[in-house]
Design a protein. Structure first.
Length: 311
């Protein structure tokens, strides 16, 4: 099990904001207490190259983030903080995912978990959005298809919010499929079932908007059926997960009534598809999850299941 976890991700300083460093410091402490960190191999954290970043983001936007951080920092858009260190930290978040993808595709390990921040799935081609600066999972997927020779990648996003930035990045891309299950109606307002991609990418996107109040059983059933259908169509060589834990019942930002153990079931469902199509290869990337007492438990369950260590 490859784990990308590093104190550098605490340097993205958001102040009094739900997406705060305490999220990851609490997760890190818990992985130490439980001995889980020691069971993993720690991956290398290096900044993503601008060449790799440019496959998802406009480089002028990257410069804008760099300048904003260097000049004063603060809110770069209505919901998103960019502090002095945030540009460098965000480059490392994307860089960690690129390293994880390279190593998993290369066969060093079958699973990697990237505990990075800022999160990424709302970040757009030329702007920050929804706590996100750079789209980490999208940058990783493009490394797989453009540098590592993979024909097909599938991104599975179970964060409670629709992964609009990821959907935009691969809207017309036939090589990268995208499944998102999310609360709807809810922020950011996109992700209806009629959004399925365009051009060569038509039919490679599957949105499962889910109303607040949907039972856990129904949520898991929709996810399982949707994933089986899309995986059959995409036949991925690698699966990436945008693992947000803000669909948990006690999440202060999201919530779709899920319990900690439901994240084990979601993980197992992804594993089943990964075993069917790509030798079990999964790279998982942290997105949301804002209850700092619950997040460590969700991450532990996800990691134990990914690694095959659960009882
Ligand atoms: Zn979210």
């Amino acid at each position: 099990m490859l784990l990308y976890s590093d104190p550098v991700f605490l340097q993205h300083d958001t102040g009094a904001h739900p997406e705060k460093a305490l999220r990851l410091s609490r997760v890190g402490e818990y992985l130490d207490q439980t001995g889980l960190r020691d069971k993993c191999e720690l991956g290398k954290i290096e900044p993503v190259s601008l060449e790799r970043l440019a496959r998802v983001h406009k480089l002028e936007y990257a410069s804008e983030v760099a300048d904003f951080a260097a000049n004063h920092g603060g809110y770069i858009e209505s919901d998103t903080v960019c502090s002095r260190a945030s540009y460098e930290v965000a480059l490392k978040a994307s860089g960690a995912v690129c390293d994880a993808v390279t190593r998993v595709v290369g066969g060093d390990d079958r699973h990697a978990l990237c505990l990075v921040r800022p999160p990424g799935h709302h970040a757009l081609h030329a702007s920050a959005m929804g706590f996100c600066l750079f789209n980490n999972v999208a940058v990783g997927a493009r490394v797989a298809t453009t540098e590592l020779g993979l024909d097909r990648v599938l991104i599975v996003d179970w964060d409670v919010h629709h992964g609009n930035g990821t959907q935009d990045a691969f809207w017309e891309d036939e090589q990268v499929g995208f499944l998102s299950i999310h609360r709807s109606p809810f922020y950011p307002g996109t992700g209806s079932q009629s959004e399925t991609g365009a051009g060569k990418g038509r039919g490679t996107i599957l949105n499962l908007p889910t109303e607040y109040g949907t039972s856990r059983k129904e949520f898991l059933a929709r996810f399982t059926t949707g994933l089986e259908d899309l995986a059959r169509r995409i036949r991925p060589n690698l699966i990436l997960v945008s693992a947000g834990f803000d669909a948990h019942r006690l999440d202060p930002v999201g919530s779709l009534g899920l319990e900690v153990e439901d994240f084990a079931l979601l993980t197992e469902t992804v594993q089943k598809s990964a075993n069917d199509y790509c030798g079990g290869k999964i790279v998982s990337v942290l997105e949301g999850g804002y209850n700092v007492d619950v997040l460590p438990l969700c991450v532990e369950t996800h990691l134990q299941t990914l690694a095959g260590w659960q009882q």
